[in-house]
Each structure stands twice: as structure tokens, then as C-alpha cells.
Design a binder for this molecule. Structure first.
Ligand code: AR6
Length: 171
């Protein structure tokens, strides 16, 4: 059975096989964790994102794509697009769950053993943090129990203290 870990800090220093990026549907980078990943990962990640864009026109909310890790310690960056919180009636919960599920699915296909997630949608996209944490943990646990083949360890990397305390309480 795979283990779930909680870490406070910066996902760009994670040496897991894969890290997940909270991207936007353009895949062209932005602020928050996305900005940090592209800044530290160097231009190769963006080049690969542009190639994906040219092939399939970006990435829809709830879906995920992957690139190499560029200059980062990880082997892969899995880019997923979280929902923008809009009051909760626009399928935000389901879409957030899809982000975790689809990222794990890709990780499995890539034979990843260790993967780290940021707290998708809880920054610039304003998803309520407590509810986002519940969805993240629940989706990961369900995947590990039912569909997992290769993943041995999933880390939740909380950058802000508020998210860290919420996860500490829930895990
Ligand atoms: N490592 C780990 N977590 C981080 C880091 C970091 N280096 N930096 C920020 N966080 P956000 P979103 C946390 O805003 O809400 C971008 O412009 C942060 O504390 O990065 O999904 C994209 O291009 C928060 O808990 O992503 C999109 O346009 C979490 O990461 C948009 O923001 C997510 O915050 C996506 O918004």
C-alpha cells in the first residue's frame, strides 16, 4: 500500500519522480506555483508545453498533460488545470477531483513511484482550502486503493501555513 506524506515548503525542490503543476489552460505559465516551476525549471518545460499546445490546443480544466522536469530535480512535471472557484455550482468540486485523478493516471502510465502535489486551485483560483484538501485527500486515497499500479508515495506539499494546518488535521 502506498503512503501519503505531508510536507511544508516549495515543490520546485522536491526530488520525487514527478511533481504536479497547478497550470492554466494556455499552458504558457503564470504566477503562483506555475511561475515558480517555469522559473526554476528553465525554458525546456515551456517549449514542451508549447508543443502540446500546438498539438492539442492547451489543456482543459480537470485534465492533465506532462513534460520533462527541465532543470528541476524531478523527472516529470504533470501540468493540470484546476477550476476557478465560482461559488461551487459550476462543477468545481468534480473538476478539482479530476485534476488529482488524471494526474495520478498519467503518473501511473509513466511508471512513477513518487509524486508531489501542490494545493491545486487554492491560490489565485480561490477554491476554499478546507474543501479542496478534503477532495485532494479523498481522491488520492481512492486512486491508491483501486487504480494504482506503480505509485508508492504521494506527497502533499503545502506552501502556505493555512493549508499545512488543514492537511495536518485531515491526514
Ligand atoms: N510550491 C508549492 N506550492 C506553492 C508554491 C511553490 N513554490 N507557490 C505557491 N504555492 P496557485 P491556482 C501554492 O495560485 O490557485 C497561476 O497563475 C499556493 O500557496 O499557484 O491553481 C496559473 O498559471 C497555493 O496553495 O494556483 C493559473 O493561472 C497553491 O500553490 C493560476 O495561477 C496553488 O496556488 C492557478 O491558480
Amino acid at each position: 500500500m502506498a503512503t501519503i506524506k505531508l510536507i511544508k515548503g516549495d515543490i520546485t525542490v522536491s526530488d520525487t519522480d514527478a511533481i504536479v503543476n497547478a497550470a492554466n489552460s494556455s499552458l504558457l505559465g503564470g504566477g503562483g506555483v506555475d511561475g515558480a516551476i517555469h522559473r526554476k525549471g528553465g525554458p525546456k518545460i515551456l517549449e514542451e508545453c508549447i508543443a502540446i499546445r500546438n498539438r492539442q490546443g492547451g489543456c482543459k480544466t480537470g485534465e492533465a498533460v506532462y513534460t520533462s522536469g527541465g532543470l528541476l530535480p524531478c523527472r516529470y512535471v504533470i501540468h493540470t488545470v484546476g477550476p476557478i472557484w465560482n461559488g461551487g455550482k459550476k462543477k468545481e468540486r468534480e473538476l478539482l477531483s479530476n485534476c488529482y485523478h488524471n494526474s495520478l493516471k498519467i503518473a501511473n502510465e509513466l511508471n512513477v513511484a513518487t509524486i508531489a502535489f501542490p494545493n491545486i486551485s487554492t491560490g489565485i483560483y480561490h477554491f476554499p482550502k478546507e474543501e479542496a484538501a478534503e477532495i485532494a485527500i479523498q481522491t488520492v486515497q481512492a486512486f491508491l486503493e483501486i487504480e494504482n499500479k506503480t505509485i508508492q508515495e504521494v506527497s502533499f506539499i503545502c506552501f502556505d501555513e493555512e493549508n499545512y494546518e488543514i492537511y495536518e488535521k485531515l491526514i
